[in-house]
Design a protein around this ligand. Sequence first.
Ligand code: ATP
Ligand code: MG
Length: 415
Amino acid sequence: MILSAVKGMSDLYGSRAIRWTKMEETIKKIVASSNFTEIRTPIVEELALFKRGVGESTDVVQKEMYDFLDKKGRHIAMRPEGTAGVARAFVEHGLGLNEPLPLKTFYIGPFFRYERPQKGRYRQFHQFGIEVFGDETPQIDAELIFTAMRVLTSFGIQAEVHVNSIGCQKCRADYREKLISYFSTKKEGLCEDCRNRLEINPLRLLDCKVCDPKTRCADIPKITECLCDDCRGHFEQLQRSLTIFGVPFVVDPFIVRGLDYYTKTAFEITAITGGSQNAVAGGGRYDNLIHDIGGAQMPATGFAMGLERLFDLIPEDFFELPQVSVGYALSEDAVDQLVAFAKNMAGQPLNFFADYKPKKLKKALQKADRVAAAFTFIIGEDEAKEHLILVKNMETGEQKTFAQNDIETILGFCR
Ligand code: ATP
Ligand code: MG
């Protein structure tokens, strides 16, 4: 029986792994340059954290959790998103008291959702995200959007920013009422989930991909018409700051985010190229989450970017793959010398590796072609007698013999 990976989860290897790592390194460099520091939290948390931190009524908690009982009967879940774990760590370690605020963090790693696998949607996927604590300003929200766009443009990706304000608990209560009365006459057109949502979390109707009221119904009330003075001022300043950061945006009053803890700013970034799964990042402000999970009242804001979707948007030839060079011994006697040569080449810029099993010249050159070696190094019988090595430039065909220990001259030839 051949075992295969769990459905919706995949292996990363070969040139894809090399490009993936380069993508992650680029992201880390960009965020480090704006003083975001990494935070790593466990892959699993107590299920209760996500119920409280993500929201009982969300699809993520109701349908998409990878959860299980551990050997002591604790109810554990694989993390479906990053914010709840980071917020838990923030509270648990008293970071609000011990670290200078605002605290600017980023994370990158795997997440798990039990969804129907399809292109751009997997059961193990990866996100890069940013969370900032202790800064209530609209300017930091704008900086996060700017940072997400810096990441995308660094890969040559064009994207569109959609912003909204979903208000605070006060203005959202008014909006809820308006939505409930608007949709109460339109229940027939709603899917079963949305009929339930109307009772518990009517804002989520605007997020539904099944009956999609957002595009089918006219004159749905807009939250932007219900904002209190504080929330409206915050939203206007956000837009001014985005303009100063040079980030074009459109106001989309129907962005709601799937998760319950958001307040004020909500945004989505969609790639202009790419298929149907083109929402590449989403985020917003969550001023109530830290308090909801047992901490002090603490403003917070963040976003998450889906790395599979990002990766698919990066042109295949965007990253240069590193070139390798390879060494062969043509006889058993030459192998020790090849070992010594490999030791001397370690850490040199040619990405040298030795293929220790002796082989005939023709076979060696065929193998060098298969790994697309830039330079091939050969120790044949004659070379071995005098501690020499033959170096062949595989592109030009030029070849020359050197003393095996004269690494400097060899590197000069290979430049
Ligand atoms: P969607 O509306 O596509 O289901 P979402 O609202 O569930 O997205 P978020 O929870 O905001 O997504 O996650 C942020 C980003 O993570 C998304 O924009 C997307 O790029 C990525 N993402 C979410 N779920 C998956 C998944 N199952 N597989 C791959 N990427 C995902
Ligand atoms: Mg989803």
